[in-house]
Design a protein around this ligand. Structure first.
Ligand code: UCC
Ligand code: FAD
Length: 582
């Protein structure tokens, strides 16, 4: 091979390949869809400042952060369990780039921004956009940031009690020397979905009012974090437990860096997110502070879940956008059958379909963080809050699936190069595949969508429907959108029909319908957002095409499957027989 490479002809061939390497510039400046959203929604003064910050950050990503992210991928964390003298140390060794990411996260206020609220209700959106830009270059550091944000949110929603003021200050600090990250230790061996029944960790109260935790946490990501929130069952001296789980805050290490009666059993050997340490941990008397009412742990940690699930959506949209930007660049350079890929209509159609998915997901994300910003500044109506509660699980589950499909399709758009490890493309693919597993699987999130609706006794569903209706009414006279609005109205009608039909059936119907129902909500709501965006006076023809294409897919799969009898007892029995191989 080296002989062949030595020939002049072969060298020319290599140069051709170099020219094909897709190169992207300032992500912010290149993201026309993002910028058009910001121009449409942000007040002028906020836009001016945010725009400046994002352009600067886009430059920093390009010139500094992306290379650090790649270094994190090349130098995954390792566990050193013993020191040279046989002492158990359980040291998780991270690379310098990973530690630098932590400093950068603080400097850029990637958590702080959301809590300082210098742009009032728009601060959340500003933060989310920065995280969206950061995500694919972060070398997995978006994971600890998600959990840190979630922990800060829990503490804030508890009214930032005196004992947690200091921690809150660290979690939301812009000072790299002060900034802490948090973990989220929920999953145990017997259950990551069914946390309430699967948690075996117990908490024993100490004379000083603190607790000692004993148990085994099966998945703990960013295990190098400074602090964590975790769940345990409070037991008395006889080992008798109270009803539910309780929520605890703990510091992972003491002032001298010694672990808080925690042993690291091993680091997980993961398909992706390998830049970040996910550990199995034994808690052997870890000192902790009870921060929820006893037995209210699951409800209390749900504030964290809703934030980390939004980060999951950010990660999903970011991975789609990143892969597509690279695909687009590649199509402008790579020649096949005598012309550039971008001049092959079938190739361009493949990319355009992914672009529609990505744009839809992006608007859904933006609307969620817009609503979150309103709730955090006491500007949200009751309807806004209900809508947010439904949209978070629906968006998490839907964009997780979109991201898996889009990144795999986008990988194929590079041909064989897409499958080559050192292009970095497989990293994006692997890291995207976890998005539908962690932070609650698709089915669990579908059941959470149902939970959110049933808890409001119909109000959340009514709000959802009227919110979509309002967007359609406002857009109905905009040119070129009529077919999309018609399809949306038809889908809404079928959804309402489904709701009426399901109301007269048993609980099994809704359980079997949960996934299709959640997909329906995500598709319909996203359709309404795309229509709204395309109805702006300065909308372009591609904005209109995006809305039309989105709305021409099956918007109401749940009605279709109801008609197919998929939610009947007989269908469930047949599902069982099919799975059993009978
Ligand atoms: O995977 C993890 C971290 C990965 C790394 C971080 C990545 C971040 C993204 C990075 C960017 C790329 S951490 C582990 C995540 N684990 C899960 O998500 C657990 C999945 N299981 C569930 O979500 C379940 O639904 C449970 C455990 C939350 C609840 O199940 P139960 O026991 O059946 O729950 P209940 O009894 O229905 O709910 C208990 C209470 C209720 O309130 P009350 O008691 O007032 O009626 C519920 O309404 O909790 C309330 N609740 C909620 N409230 C439950 N879920 C929610 C919610 N989402 N929002 C508000
Ligand atoms: P199970 O609960 O056993 O689920 C198995 C399957 O059954 C799933 O497909 C699920 O959808 C389905 N299922 C379960 N119940 C139902 C039902 N009622 N109806 C229909 N289907 C159902 N956890 C943490 O706490 N902290 C972390 O930092 C963390 N980091 C992680 C990092 C990685 C890379 C991964 C992969 C996981 C991490 N997790 C973490 C764990 C993760 O949150 C759980 O794996 C996830 O919530 C699923 O739980 P489980 O693995 O126990 O699956």
């Amino acid at each position: 091979v080296s002989g062949e490479l030595g020939t002049p002809g072969a060298r020319r061939g290599m140069e051709t390949l170099f020219r094909e390497q897709p190169e992207t510039g300032n992500q912010y400046l290149e993201d026309a869809w993002l910028r058009s959203y910001l121009r449409t929604h942000l007040p002028a003064k906020v836009l001016q400042e945010v725009d400046r910050d994002l352009e600067r950050f886009g430059h920093r990503l390009l010139t500094q952060i992306r290379a650090l992210g790649w270094e994190c991928e090349l130098n995954p964390p390792v566990l050193r369990q013993y020191d040279a003298w046989g002492r158990r140390v359980d040291h998780i060794i991270t690379c310098s780039a990973w530690r630098r990411m932590k400093e950068i996260a603080a400097e850029e206020g990637l958590v702080a921004e959301a809590y300082e609220r210098r742009y009032s209700n728009w601060s959340r959106l500003h933060q989310a956009v920065k995280l969206y830009l950061f995500s694919s270059s972060s070398g997995g550091f978006n994971c600890p940031l998600a959990m840190t944000d979630g922990a800060a949110k829990v503490i804030e929603s508890l009214g930032t009690p005196g004992s947690l003021k200091n921690a809150f200050g660290h979690l939301t600090s812009r000072n790299p020397k002060k900034f802490w990250t948090s973990g989220q230790w929920m999953t145990e061996r017997r259950g990551g979905s069914d946390v309430a029944n699967g948690t075996e960790t117990v908490a024993r109260k100490q004379p000083d009012g603190t607790y000692r935790l004993y148990g085994f946490k099966w998945f703990t990501s960013a295990a190098d974090s400074d602090v964590t929130l975790t769940l345990a069952r409070v037991v008395d001296a006889e080992g008798q437990g109270s009803g539910g789980l309780s929520l605890f805050f703990l510091k992972v290490r003491d002032e001298e860096g010694k672990l808080n009666n925690i042993q690291v059993q091993r680091l997980k050997d993961k398909l992706g997110t390998r830049q970040m340490a996910t550990a199995e941990l034994w808690l052997d008397g870890a000192k902790a502070e009870l921060i929820s009412a006893e037995g209210r742990g699951v409800a209390s940690i749900s504030n964290m879940l809703n934030i980390t699930r939004i980060h999951n959506v950010i990660g999903a949209v970011a991975s789609m956008r990143r892969m597509l930007s690279l695909s687009r660049e590649y199509a402008r350079r790579r020649v096949a059958f005598g012309k550039l890929l971008k001049d092959h209509p079938l190739h361009v159609q493949t990319l355009a379909r992914m672009e529609v998915q990505t744009r839809g997901a992006f608007l859904l994300l933006m609307d969620i963080v817009r609503l979150l910003g309103l709730t955090e500044t006491n500007m949200a109506s009751e309807q806004d809050q209900l809508l947010l509660r439904v949209l978070v699980p629906a968006a998490k589950l839907y964009t997780g699936k979109q991201a898996s499909a889009v990144v795999i399709e986008a990988m194929e758009s590079f041909g064989g190069q897409g499958y080559m490890e050192d292009t970095g493309l497989p990293v994006i693919v692997r890291d995207a595949l976890v998005l539908s597993i962690w932070e609650g699987t698709t089915n669990i999130l579908s059941l959470d969508v149902l939970r959110s609706l049933s808890k409001s006794q119909g109000q959340a569903m009514a709000t959802f429907l009227s919110s979509v209706q309002r967007k359609l009414d406002l857009a109905s006279s905009a040119g070129g959108l009529e077919p999309a609005v018609r399809q949306m109205r038809a889908a809404l009608g079928r959804l309402e029909q489904f709701m009426r039909a399901a109301g007269s059936k048993g609980a099994l119907t809704m359980e079997l319908a949960a996934r299709d129902f959640s997909y329906t909500l995500a598709r319909i709501y996203t359709g309404a957002l795309l229509i709204e965006h395309a109805a702006r006076p300065d909308a372009s023809s591609t904005d209109i095409a995006t809305a039309r294409r989105w709305c021409s897919q099956e918007l109401c799969p749940v009605a279709l499957e109801l008609d197919n009898g998929s939610y009947e007892v007989e269908a469930a029995l047949l599902d069982g027989a099919l799975v059993d191989g009978g």
